[in-house]
Design a binder for this molecule. Structure first.
Ligand code: ADP
Ligand code: MG
Length: 642
């Protein structure tokens, strides 16, 4: 079996990683670089696209022909791009529910096609480095990506010639890279991910090797780029004060752009150096033929310029915690992901906000056990390169799927139960909540009414007993030949694939006639909604159980009433008046319990109804036996025996 690479298809940077002999590592390109800027430049109508570093370099010079941050458009509809947040320097089109396209030299590119160019480059880099063909990959996406965005990512992979074996949430991948799946049985982890242009804070819960995203919050317009802009503004001011050119980003002067491009690059590099140095030199020789610039920037000044941006992430941390209904002290670890978290200020702030124990200082101290850490709050774990964690985790997931790691990890589970509506409006669970995926399960169903010609398959998700209290995922009808009730056999099978998409199959067992309908993702649901559903099911457990018992008792009572009345009518003249009286009394009792159904809650007293039905059964026994004898007699007579 071929190997499976892990790919972090990032907004700013993309990476490809692999596990080799049990050890995950990021694959470098021919120049030894491990990060590929997620930038695609198309130089001309029939030109080969330029990808990564060289494309990034011309980004400011050829703004209309260079696509960056294309991840923002993946799986989006035309109406989404009307929003100001989608503003980019290249032409983007799309209206209503139509697709989004990017116009480059007269050709309309879809976001998937642009992403495929990046993936193709990563694939080629991996093939060159490993000396083998790569055709399978695990690709990561933000936890908040919806179905359309996940599907677009899968399509991009396919366009690049990759089979996407699985889509994994970025925070989950990062936690895997940190080896957190090997933590004790239950652990809670915050993943703080500050990249180039996006920020996400996700709270994960690990339960015996299974990660679940409890909550996720963030800002799709907040990241390292914002810090760069502050530094650029600062440098532009200094350049002007030193008698240099006025570099306003809005200036239409064509000579400004190349200069601004150099200042941007210098600013980002200085910012990066200041993560490990306390002061740095910024030199821009011959910014104009007559002007050279140089200055020094200290870490303290950088922090002054940018701390307000970092502060903006705090509210999202608090909201994520609130959504997960957790105090920071209930977390076991906080892990840092994204290049910008290498900044010491970010580490200090995050550590302060989450009340983290001083991880570095206590780690080696054998006297300090788990209890000590608990008392001091979560650990700030920075043991993995923050810009590589997601790709490494994807590679680990790939290795697991390829069968490389023995202790198979279970990564995703169904957040809520899935099933179909059955007689009387009850939910019949086919795949229970917290089942690990992929999974396939099914059951046989039949009809409740004579001569039914079709069965309505109403697919439900939720924890409540009654269909109406659960979420409706969709419905379709399966036709079959008319037959007495209880005779048709319809098999219903639910399959959740590795990407969380639910496929529902319904088959008429007699004819083999079947329908397969793809539902939306069964896994990708809002955590707050899941929480609410589960809480409601607990709060209503007693009423729900009663409602189910009532509906079941009612169906049973209904059947008994019909059967009894039918037989009574048939043999009415032969019935002893006393016995007839008894039968009527028993029937009346069932009827009267049924009539006590509360019209609002649609429930009654199931125990009393069961009792009344049992009593009716008891009373009708002689009648049933009599009827049976009559039928036998008629049969034997027909056959000439009597
Ligand atoms: P994304 O997930 O958006 O693709 P990354 O995780 O690769 O992005 O983060 C890119 C950002 O990290 C850029 O803004 C870059 O300047 C910043 N960055 C990278 N290394 C460092 C560093 N050592 N110190 C500070 N910022 C850094
Ligand atoms: Mg990232």
């Amino acid at each position: 079996m071929s190997r499976i690479v892990g790919i972090d298809l990032g907004t700013t940077n993309s990476l490809v990683a692999i596990v080799d002999s049990g050890i995950p590592y990021v694959i470098a390109d021919a120049e030894g670089r491990r990060l590929t800027p997620s930038v695609v430049h198309v130089p001309g109508p029939d030109a080969t696209p330029v990808i990564g570093h060289p494309a990034n370099r011309v980004r400011l010079l050829k703004p209309a022909e260079t696509v960056y941050s294309v991840k923002r458009f993946m799986g989006r509809r035309g109406s989404d791009i009307a929003r100001e947040e989608m503003l980019v320097t290249y032409p983007v089109q799309g209206t209503g529910s139509g697709p989004v396209t990017i116009q480059l030299h007269g050709r309309a590119w879809t976001p998937e096609e642009v992403s495929a160019e990046i993936l193709r480059k990563l694939k080629a880099d991996a093939e060159l480095s490993l000396g083998e063909l790569i055709s399978r990959a695990v690709i990561t996406v933000p936890a908040y990506f919806n179905d359309a965005q996940r599907n677009a990512t899968i399509r991009a992979g396919e366009l690049a010639g990759l089979t996407v074996e699985r889509i994994v949430n970025e925070p989950t991948a990062a936690a895997l890279a940190y080896g957190l799946d090997k933590l004790r049985d239950k652990a809670r982890i915050a993943v703080y991910d500050l990249g180039g242009g996006t920020f996400d804070l996700s709270i994960l819960e690990l339960n015996q090797g299974v990660f679940q995203v409890l909550s996720t919050h963030g800002d799709t317009r907040l990241g390292g780029d914002d810090l760069d802009r502050r530094v650029v503004d600062h440098l532009c001011r200094e350049i002007q004060q030193a008698g240099g050119p006025v570099l306003s980003p809005t200036a239409s002067d064509p000579t400004i752009l190349p200069m601004l491009s150099r200042v941007r690059e210098a600013a980002e590099h200085a910012k990066i150096r200041l993560s490990s140095e306390s002061e740095t030199e910024i030199a821009l020789p011959f910014l104009t033929p007559a002007f050279s610039f140089s200055t020094r920037l200290s870490r303290a000044r950088l922090e002054e310029l940018t701390h307000a941006i970092i502060e903006r992430t705090r509210a999202h941390c608090l909201r994520s915690l609130a959504d997960a209904k957790l105090e920071a002290s209930a977390l076991d670890q906080v892990i840092l992901v994204g290049g910008q978290t290498r900044m010491p200020l970010v580490r200090r702030k995050v550590s302060e906000w989450f009340g983290c124990a001083e991880f570095e200082e206590t780690r080696g101290d054998l006297r300090l056990g788990d209890d000590f850490h608990k008392a001091k709050g979560p650990q700030l774990n920075t043991s993995v390169n923050p810009d590589e964690a997601v790709a490494l985790g994807a590679a680990i997931q790939g290795e697991i799927l390829a069968g490389g790691f023995r202790n198979l990890l279970l990564l995703d589970v169904t957040p809520l139960s899935l099933g179909i509506e059955t007689f009387g409006g009850l939910m019949n669970v086919i795949i229970p909540r917290n089942t690990t995926i992929p999974v396939k399960a099914g059951e046989l169903f039949t009809t409740a009414v004579d001569n039914q010609r079709s069965m309505l398959i109403h697919v439900l998700q939720g924890e409540r007993e009654r269909a109406m209290d659960n979420w409706s995922l969709g419905r379709f009808e399966l036709e079959f030949e008319a037959a007495p009730k209880g005779v048709p056999r319809v098999g219903v099978q639910f399959e959740i694939d590795a990407n969380g998409i639910l496929h529902v199959l319904a088959r008429d067992v007699k004819t083999g006639h079947q329908k397969v309908v793809q539902m939306k993702s069964a896994v990708d649901v809002d955590d707050a909604d899941v929480q609410k559903m589960v809480e409601e099911s607990v709060a209503n457990a007693f009423d729900d159980l009663r409602a189910r018992q009532w509906i079941e008792a009612k169906l049973r009572a209904g059947e008994t009433l019909i059967a009894t009345r039918k037989t009574m009518a048939e043999y009415d003249s032969e019935l002893d008046p006393d016995y007839r009286q008894q039968l009527h009394a028993a029937l009346d009792e069932v009827e009267s319990v049924l009539s006590l159904e509360n019209p609002k809650t649609k429930t009654g007293d199931p125990a009393r109804l069961k009792g009344a039905t049992a009593q009716l059964d008891e009373v009708t026994k002689p009648l049933a036996e009599y009827a049976m004898d009559k039928v036998m007699e008629a049969m034997l007579r027909k056959k000439g025996v009597l």
